[in-house]
Write a protein that binds this ligand. Structure first.
Ligand code: 5GP
Ligand code: MN
Length: 343
């Protein structure tokens, strides 16, 4: 038996929204990661098993190493199927959002979502959700993944028996990826009780691990080696590392969506490094990824300097300055946090 983290009134309200809606659309954040795809597709499979048809819409494309996800080929990609997606959003009676809590994280889809007349349900684990958007917010930052919240919600609504193998595979993948393969945010014993249940549903966890982490391209491995050998800067006095990936380098290594996934974590394997930054040039913007260990707040830096946010130890944002200017800004930020970084 696992504890009842989600408040009972939220369960009742969510169940009511679901019960009263026939046309349901499920959304998740841009550049979807394993938890975004896992939580949204887990709901898709759950609804299928209780005879409710739903559509998952991703704001933009997903990495090839996620294409094995059951049901992903039935989903829409907003950038590529805008007309169809807009019609679905407009006609929806219920829109469920997973793994994000501020509308701008769905990029080009933001307006269509905000203006849609549907009821809106949030299932998320990021701190400080924006008010006034969702009719019901199931928001628990203490839970390691949105996919775990989906599991808890389905069970609490009384549908545990309707979690099929495909749904379980999606839930497990979100739990696996959002805890860095159970290397952080993963001391809650209930995570492992849930995994036991998912294995009972028929998932092969070793096989999922293999599909997620052992199917990268040769180019991605070579790019990783190149960045570690040639581009990683270490700031020992700040226990910090920085890697910058330019557009030119992306071309050189035939960069594909998702090829940089996980690179920001690599320097944290160095003894003593507690803060790691990864900058990726993208058209006229720089995508910022920050990771930290312990109590160092990566999200606060993203909020203050990079128009973003996220979790304590994993956050993101962007910079409209040049790569060079962004690098200089980052170097200027570090002394402000010297004490915290050396705590
Ligand atoms: P990543 O570095 O993998 O892109 O993002 C790590 C985490 O940071 C995400 O799970 C999300 O919580 C957060 N994040 C990434 N980009 C943004 C952003 O632009 N805005 C906000 N608020 N959070 C972000
Ligand atoms: Mn997540």
């Amino acid at each position: 038996m696992i504890s009842k983290i989600i408040a009972e009134d939220k369960i009742v309200k969510a169940k009511d929204l679901i019960y009263n809606a026939e046309k349901i659309v499920i959304l998740t954040h841009a550049s979807p990661d394993g938890d975004a795809i896992g939580s949204s597709l887990a709901l898709y499979h759950f609804f299928f098993s209780i005879d409710k048809e739903t559509t998952v819409i991703f704001p933009d494309g997903y990495p090839a190493y996620f294409s094995w996800f059951p049901g992903i080929n039935k989903s829409l990609i907003y950038n590529e199927q805008k007309e169809q997606a807009d019609a679905l959003l407009h006609d929806a009676e219920l829109i469920i959002c997973t793994d994000f809590n501020e509308p701008k994280r769905i990029g080009a889809m933001t307006n269509a979502f905000v203006n849609a007349p549907a009821k809106k349900l949030l299932i998320d684990h990021h701190p400080n959700p924006i008010d006034g958007i969702w009719d019901v917010s199931i928001s628990y930052p203490e839970i390691a993944s949105a996919s775990e919240i989906v599991f808890r919600l389905i069970c609490r609504m009384g549908y545990a028996a309707d979690i099929n193998k495909l749904c379980a595979e999606c839930i497990y993948t979100g739990m696996l990826t959002d805890t860095g393969r159970f290397s952080f945010n993963s001391n809650n014993t209930e995570i492992y009780i849930i995994i036991g249940e998912l294995i009972r549903k028929g998932i092969n966890k070793d096989d999922i691990y293999d599909k997620i982490y052992n199917t990268y391209s040769e180019n991605r491995m070579r790019l990783m080696g190149y960045l570690l050998a040639n581009k990683m800067r270490i700031f020992p006095e700040y226990k910090t590392a920085l890697i910058i990936l330019t557009e030119e380098e992306q071309e050189q290594f035939d960069f594909q969506i998702g090829d940089a996934e996980g690179f920001v974590n690599l320097p944290l394997s160095i003894k003593g490094i507690v803060f790691s930054a990864f900058f990726k040039q993208n058209n006229n913007k720089i995508k910022i990824s920050l990771r930290s260990k312990g109590s160092f707040p990566a999200n606060k830096i993203c909020e203050k300097y990079f128009n973003g946010g996220g979790h304590l130890n994993a956050a993101g944002g962007e910079s409209s300055f040049s790569l060079n200017e962004t690098e200089i800004l980052f170097e200027k930020i570090l002394p402000e946090y010297k004490e915290l970084l050396n705590k």
